[in-house]
Design a protein. Structure first.
Length: 138
């Protein structure tokens, strides 16, 4: 199961750039980023090549960062390919906390998601013919 780095950011100019510079200075490569914001803070979710090193560098730089287990599934980059996955999760009673996607090639897209109870995800993904990704795949 991949580890995502979750970072709480003050909603101030330059904070995201400083976060990225901190990771670069630590030699950490980012492959995905999503940011959700409110009026006073943001939550950045990152997939990186070295999650533990990223979290440590960010904590040392004064950020509030933690590692979060997520699931990642490679799906075809075609109309409607996400719907069967989400419907199967719903049928299995999996409560989706959040999700985001990023392109991993012209033929596929990676969907990253967090669910309360990830048991059974591998079986659902296999049944649909999709591929469950591991940290090394990202």
């Amino acid at each position: 199961m991949p580890n995502q780095v979750t970072v709480f950011l003050e909603n101030e100019q330059g904070r995201l750039a400083a976060l990225c510079r901190t990771l670069a200075s630590a030699g950490v490569n980012m492959s995905a980023l999503t940011v959700a914001d409110t009026a006073s803070y943001g939550v950045a979710r990152l997939l990186v090549d070295e999650p533990e090193a990223a979290a440590e560098a960010l904590l040392d730089a004064g950020y509030r960062a933690k590692l979060t287990d997520v699931s990642a599934v490679e799906i075809p980059n075609v109309v409607g390919s996400l719907a069967p996955l989400l419907e199967a999760f719903d049928e299995a009673g999996l409560n989706l906390e959040y999700a985001y996607c990023f392109g991993s090639g012209q033929e596929t897209v990676t969907v990253v998601f967090r669910v309360e109870n990830p048991e059974g995800i591998a079986e659902i993904v296999a049944r649909l013919g999709y591929r469950l990704l591991h940290s090394a795949d990202l």
